[in-house]
Design a protein around this ligand. Sequence first.
Ligand SMILES: [Zn+2]
Length: 238
Amino acid sequence: MESNCVSDAVKDIWRSFVTLIYPRSCCGCYKVLVTGEEHLCGFCRKDMPRTDFYMYKENPLTQRFWGRVQVESGSALYHFQKGGRVQRVIHQFKYRGNLSLGVFLGRLLGLSLLQSEHYADVGMIIPVPLHPAKLRARGFNQSEVICRGVSEAMNVPCSAGLLVREKETATQTRKERFMRWENVSAGFKTPDPLAVTNKNILLVDDVVTTGATLEACAQTLLHIPGVRIWLATLAITE
Ligand SMILES: [Zn+2]
């Protein structure tokens, strides 16, 4: 009984410690944040390599989809560099479950799109769905969390559930681009096509690499009459 009380007390102290420190340290460099800073310190916010893709209808992200799928425009907030600050920050959100960081980054992404005329027609935001098995393991869909922030910033509804995974896809990270395309191309479906008909949809994902997943999602949605597609991600690999 006594040892239980002691361990509870230790847990309480630990929780207070974590609550005190965790939200107040920078997710990019772990330095203590000062008043007015949220998730990222001033230095990291300046140092993280933002793209200017939102300003241009065609840009390195949209070029990645040329000849593959029809997209109106697309943007990534940051350039992704292996081992860099952007990777570290996204890792904190995706693998350590810092969801408010994910919403925060989504808000930054949404605010950048708001500054651009190219996204003025967007009327619905859909996150790239996670397979149910992965969702159970992780506990959340990172794209849906980002969507919450984008939706808040743009004042456009987020409609998760209108695009879902159809079947299990094998671990994709080590596969070649062509293999990956084959692997995911048939992996999505729209359970309520009427709700998507004639909609201008912003598809949201965390990081774009080959673009295979976004391409497959876009292809699936474009089968529905009147659908137009825009893309937005937190980061784009070189
Ligand atoms: Zn920092």
